[in-house]
Design a protein around this ligand. Structure first.
Ligand code: AHR
Length: 500
């Protein structure tokens, strides 16, 4: 089996956005508590942050982190999480039926983000709250000094404002499960008035309106159209959220999950552009794909609720295998391919909860399989994304129709000359030889590094006892001859090949 493409350095989609490599920290399960924050852990620093998790976050190449939710944010009072810890309230979290101790709030998270060297994407509560509370948390976070809330931040130890640029106007308010769920009209009006107020406080903010919680929502498309009719002029982004899993043993469909992500992005870009056209606006609304990942959601939904009203319970600690990592690598290919319109994205989530990083309380932290394609893509994707059109065999899937066996995208850094090809083979039994015609590239290129994540056992996972069972290995069969790159992609595999 063979697949091929021709790459052209002039056929640029868009620059690689560093915000493509965002992640997400929600007050959910053990993401925050015993995830990134665990005072008393042997590796905790003076602020109680686990330095092993900080090191893995940096190694993963995470550039931005969305915080503090998620469903959690729709019932959250941000001011519960500031000031002396002993005075912070314990509250019910209705989203996850746990108890929030508020030991970590915006000040602690900002300190953690500084140490992790990530940008903060902050979500305000538009479920149970509104314009005033959004203005208040903005004043606390971003106003330099001389007002009650900015002085309160200074008194709480942060002399300088946090300078948070990217703000989410609520979370998944299209979902009936969301505290404060709204109709698109209600949400569109609230998002627009909150955006206007925030912009009046700080014109340069970048604001994200909630889009659909998944492409299978009954209001998919109409939600975005209605919300944007109200808020087009005052927001910059509309969000997309998508989680993928293998349904009923249908691995073929699961491996092609990126086809759904492509469709999702293309549909929402078309919807946003059609609203823009109706409004005769020259402005374009971009996509913030601020929740995406593999998540065995149907397993979670089938479970009897456990650990009700516990503090930092073990919930949604999915263990990922090789096939999951290949899908994650492919979802990153899809996001990169859409870099002209997807200019922010967050893998959900960072630690323990549907996460690339796992920890044990008092114990080690380790990389799940899905850590690796993220880390390699974040490290290698530089410069511009190139149009990458493949000629490849196809296969039939129940969920996505006829799909390509191979998916790929290339990035090119005109300054360093680095050209990187990211590719997946979705075939479950056979390798595919991918040839890439590079005759349009000037100068001599050579294979500088090539990595493949594949395994005879596609269900293999990384565990506390065997944390490096699944890692990328040097690609065995790769060559560059006379301007043609040839690489053999093993079955169910993800690869990255850097030419320099
Ligand atoms: O990431 C887990 C949950 O998934 C988030 O809280 C919510 O926004 C989404 O439904």
């Amino acid at each position: 089996r063979v697949a091929s493409c021709v790459l052209d350095p002039a056929a640029v989609v868009a620059p690689v956005n560093r915000r493509t490599f965002g992640s997400f920290v929600e007050h959910l399960g053990r993401c925050v508590y015993t995830g990134l924050y665990e005072p008393g852990h042997p590796l905790a620093d003076e602020d109680g942050f686990r330095t092993d998790v900080l090191a893995l976050t940096r190694e993963m190449g995470v550039t931005m982190v969305r915080y503090p939710g998620g469903n959690f944010v729709s019932g959250y009072r941000w001011e519960d999480g500031i000031g002396p810890r002993e005075r912070r309230p314990r509250r019910r979290d209705l989203a996850w039926h746990s108890i929030e101790t508020n030991e970590v709030g915006i000040d602690e998270f900002a300190r953690w983000a500084g140490k992790a060297d990530v940008e903060i994407m902050y979500a305000v509560n538009l479920g149970t709250r509104g314009v005033q509370e959004a203005l208040d948390v903005h004043e606390y976070a971003n106003h330099p000094e001389g007002t009650t809330l900015s002085e309160l931040r200074r008194a709480n130890g942060a002399a300088k404002p946090y300078g948070i640029t990217l703000w989410c106007l609520g979370n998944e308010l299209d979902g009936p499960w969301q505290t404060g769920h709204k109709t698109p009209q209600e949400y569109g009006l609230l998002a627009a008035s909150t955006a206007r107020a925030l912009r009046s406080a700080e014109p340069g903010l970048e604001l994200v309106a909630c889009g659909s919680s998944s492409s299978s929502m009954p209001t998919f498309g109409t939600w975005e159209a209605t919300v944007l009719e109200h808020a087009y002029d005052v927001v910059d982004y509309v969000s997309c959220h998508a989680y993928y899993e293998e349904h009923g043993g249908d691995l073929g469909s699961f491996l092609a999950s990126a086809v759904d992500m492509d469709h999702f992005v293309d549909s929402i870009v078309a919807t946003a552009d059609s609203v823009g056209a109706r409004l005769r606006s020259k402005k374009k609304i971009n996509i913030s794909f601020d929740e995406w990942n593999v998540w065995y959601l149907s397993r979670f939904q089938a479970e009897e609720p456990a650990n009700e009203w516990a503090v930092a319970p073990r919930v949604i600690e999915d263990e990922y295998n090789v096939a999951d990592a290949v899908v994650v690598g492919n979802l990153l290919i899809s996001l990169l391919r859409h870099s002209d319109r997807v200019t922010a994205a967050c893998q959900a989530q960072l630690v323990n909860v549907i996460a690339p990083i796992r920890t044990e309380p008092g114990g080690p932290a380790w990389r799940q399989t899905i850590f690796h394609p993220f880390a390699k893509t974040a490290a290698l994707a530089r410069g511009s994304v190139l149009h990458t059109r493949l000629a490849a065999p196809t296969y039939a899937t129940a969920r996505h129709g006829e799909v390509s066996l191979v998916d790929a995208v290339a990035t090119h850094d005109a300054e360093s000359g680095d050209l990187v090809v990211f590719a997946v083979n979705r075939d479950q039994s056979d390798p595919v030889e991918l040839t890439v015609d590079l005759h349009l590239f000037a100068g001599d290129l050579a294979v500088a590094e090539a990595w493949t994540l594949a395994d005879d056992d596609i269900r293999a996972t990384n565990t506390q006892d065997d944390p490096d069972r699944v890692v990328p290995h040097p690609t065995p069969l790769v060559s560059l001859d006379g301007g043609t790159l040839r690489v053999v992609l093993p079955p169910v595999s993800w690869s990255a090949i850097r030419l320099a």
